[in-house]
Write a protein that binds this ligand. Structure first.
Ligand code: NAP
Length: 305
């Protein structure tokens, strides 16, 4: 009998993973936050995945955090600011040696979970797939991408990686998942806050080359200080490449702010600034950007963390 996949959070990525795993014949259970969400889910009749304009319905088993079935493999598909609290709500069900897969963007939330549940194996994931919710429990697979998985404490890949590939979930194992997460964080810090403050598409940032340069210099300082030289390599060139390749897009942070949704700033730019402080680095551009962004969020009625 295959180990069931428990999916904590049935938002964009949670739905994307749950539906593909289930389609491959693997046992999947989704965990919803409360009775109201469970009732909403039952009204929806299951999860809907839309791919290439085709919708498929998956009436997967759903349960509450407090159910008593044991958990051996948990995919945490919440936002970074919800991840630790959400895992705490199911922690009594985690079996010794259980695997916790963490899909969160940025850094900080994964380390918090790994430190709090040391008897579990925490696997970090850096995802470049794209999905968004059209409505509750209905997700559009919007962008092909890749999932990098890794465990900073144990470089042996888990035996079920082939299960993911067979389920059509693009994935690769890496011995240096932190470098992947840091690189993505650095790209995000250079691009996303500026798109919010200038209220612009990615491509318009090419008008702010000097500021991008100064941010990349400071981000590289941080990456080098915390032994992530690989993630610092050619950072500015990649920032410019990403901006050019996605010139007509609005960044994810811009979209969050535009839609009145909380951002993950504390696990992105906030994490970079806190790390610089720990290492005693002078990063005046990043600190100023962080302050301006926080003030902007407060002005727009959004949390500053
Ligand atoms: P999302 O659509 O907002 O989904 C998050 C889900 O978590 C929501 O359904 C929410 O429930 C649920 N949740 C929060 N607390 C919970 C709890 N205590 N118990 C049960 N469920 C709980 O977020 P997302 O876009 O999938 O993003 C998840 C992570 O992946 C983020 O860190 C994001 O940056 C990263 N990521 C996303 C994408 C993408 O394309 N979407 C790509 C790469 C990386 P409710 O519905 O009840 O609020």
């Amino acid at each position: 009998m295959n180990t069931p996949w428990h999916i904590l959070g049935a938002g964009s990525l949670g739905c994307l993973w749950a539906t593909r795993l289930s389609r491959a014949g693997l046992p999947v259970r989704i965990i919803l936050r409360n009775q109201q969400r469970l009732a909403d889910y039952r009204d929806a009749g299951g999860l809907r995945l839309i791919e290439a304009e085709q919708a498929s319905l998956f009436p997967l088993t759903a349960e509450l955090p407090a159910t008593d079935t044991p958990i051996r493999r948990l995919l945490v598909a919440c936002k970074a600011y919800d991840a630790e609290t959400a895992v705490a709500e199911v922690s009594a069900r985690l079996q010794p040696g259980a695997e916790i897969l963490l899909l969160q963007n940025g850094l900080g939330s994964q380390q918090a979970v790994a430190a709090r549940w040391p008897s579990c194996r925490s696997i970090f994931i850096s995802s470049t797939e794209g999905a968004y919710r059209r409505k509750d429990f209905e997700v559009l697979h919007a962008g092909q991408g890749q999932n990098w998985l890794g465990d900073p404490l144990d470089h042996n890949p888990p035996p079920w990686l082939a299960e993911l590939a067979a389920a059509g979930i693009p994935c690769d194992w890496t011995d240096n998942i932190e470098a992947r997460l840091w690189r993505k964080l650095a790209l995000n810090c250079a691009i996303n806050p500026l798109t919010v403050l200038h209220d612009c598409r990615n491509g318009e940032l090419l008008a702010h080359r000097e500021q991008l340069h100064l941010l990349c210099v400071e981000l590289s300082l941080i990456l080098n200080a915390c032994n992530q030289a690989e993630a610092a390599d050619e950072l500015e060139a990649e920032v410019l490449r990403v901006i050019t390749a996605t010139a007509s897009n609005y960044s994810s942070m811009h979209q969050d702010v535009h839609n009145g949704r909380r951002t993950e700033i504390s696990f992105l730019l906030g994490h970079a600034c806190r790390t610089a402080q720990q290492y005693g680095l002078k990063v005046s551009e990043l600190n100023a950007l962080f302050k301006r962004l926080q003030a902007f969020l407060v002005q727009h009625g959004l949390p500053q963390d």
